[in-house]
Design a protein around this ligand. Structure first.
Ligand code: NCD
Length: 354
């Protein structure tokens, strides 16, 4: 049992003991120093996450995996807290795992979709989030097709906001669960060569992963057709001194990119966001970039294969690779619950400390 597991158990017992699911004592009143140096209230992207914050999320997620393995996988930490998932775009994994994560921590969870809600009657985003706050929502998990929408919500509502994916921009919880999966499978993220293959241009998963992997000390290579890689990636931008841009190598040749890879992360072609003409055809794309068993041999022998889902088998990844022993794809989904529990738990602690 690691230190954080003990921390979770201690807080769990304390909260269970006072019967409210919430500690009535502020951390500064306790004899021990706060074990969680976490002050973040929202999780909007990983661009400003420190390596220490990432390490705290991964350690807490480890403790949450242990909780999920118990006969009764429940903690009372968020009892009395209401979480709303507000999704303006389709989702299976992200939404379901946030819901399960919230319930595993004892929260009440309500799911609101743009279809079937007042959004269809023209209600603005700000009015919708204010309405949810007015009925008692404490934590808002949001997915929106417009980049920046969760930032707008965070400015207008007195609730914690977790970004479940905004446009092309960011998907921080996916990147954190990817880091967690790499750490569990390979022991460490630092020093790993991670090759992200596919439609980098339209991928919020790739963008958040660039920040997260970079903060965690991975070597990052992106690979795909030039039309699907944003211009300027891999170029050090001197325009913003002080801001640490992720260092990325761009490579259009799959064989060269995969040489020595520890992790191969494949991405879906995000056709819903693509202008026509960016690739000649799906067949041409897979001819050059599909991860097949034969091409996977260009990477290290036990390289971990990842995909955020949903997969288009036979386009970016061959089915025998997706379901092989080298694949961590199902594990990514399982880990998503633990990572989202960790974030909800930490945010709750941060809120209490505030
Ligand atoms: C991704 C998303 O929605 O950004 N999926 C996910 O959340 N697991 C990737 C995608 O849609 O291709």
């Amino acid at each position: 049992m690691n230190g954080l597991t003990r921390t979770v158990d201690r807080r769990d017992q304390q909260e269970a003991a006072n019967g409210t699911g919430m500690s009535t004592r502020p951390p500064q009143a306790t004899a021990e120093p706060s074990p969680l140096p976490w002050t973040r209230r929202h999780v909007l992207d990983l661009d400003d996450f420190t390596p220490d914050e990432i390490a705290i999320v991964l350690e807490t997620a480890d403790a949450m995996r242990e909780v999920l393995g118990r006969e009764v996988p429940r903690l009372p930490t968020l009892r009395g807290t209401t979480i709303a998932t507000l999704f303006y775009e389709a989702s299976t994994r992200t939404r379901a795992s946030f819901e399960l994560a919230g319930k595993a921590l004892g929260a009440d969870v309500i799911n609101v979709s743009s279809s079937g809600s007042s959004v269809e009657k023209g209600e603005s985003l700000i009015d919708t989030v204010r309405t949810l706050r007015a009925i008692g929502v404490d934590i808002l998990v949001m997915r929106h097709s417009n980049s920046g929408a969760p930032y707008l919500a965070a400015r207008h509502v007195d609730a914690a906001v977790l970004n479940g994916g905004d446009g092309w921009h960011a998907h921080p919880t996916q990147a954190l669960l990817d880091l967690f999966t790499i750490q569990r499978r390979l022991g460490n993220v630092r020093g790993c060569k991670v090759v992200i293959v596919g439609d980098i241009m339209h991928s919020r998963v790739a963008r958040s992963n660039l920040w997260g992997l970079s903060a965690a000390g991975a070597e990052i290579v992106v690979c795909g057709p030039p039309t699907l890689i944003p211009a300027g990636l891999g170029v050090i931008d001197e325009a913003e001194p002080g801001r640490c841009l992720p260092h990325v190598t761009v490579c259009h040749d799959l064989r060269e990119a995969l040489d020595g890879a520890d992790v191969v992360m494949t991405l879906r072609l995000q056709k819903e966001r693509m202008q026509s003409g960016l690739i000649p055809s799906l067949r041409e794309y897979s001819r050059l970039y599909e991860i097949t068993a034969e091409r996977l041999r260009w990477a290290k022998p036990d390289a971990l294969v990842m995909h955020p889902g949903p997969m288009n088998e036979g386009v970016e990844i061959a089915p025998d690779v997706a379901y092989s022993v080298q694949s961590g794809i199902e594990e990514q989904v399982t880990n998503g619950v633990a990572v989202r529990m960790a974030l909800l738990y930490l945010i709750r602690g941060g809120k209490r400390a505030a």
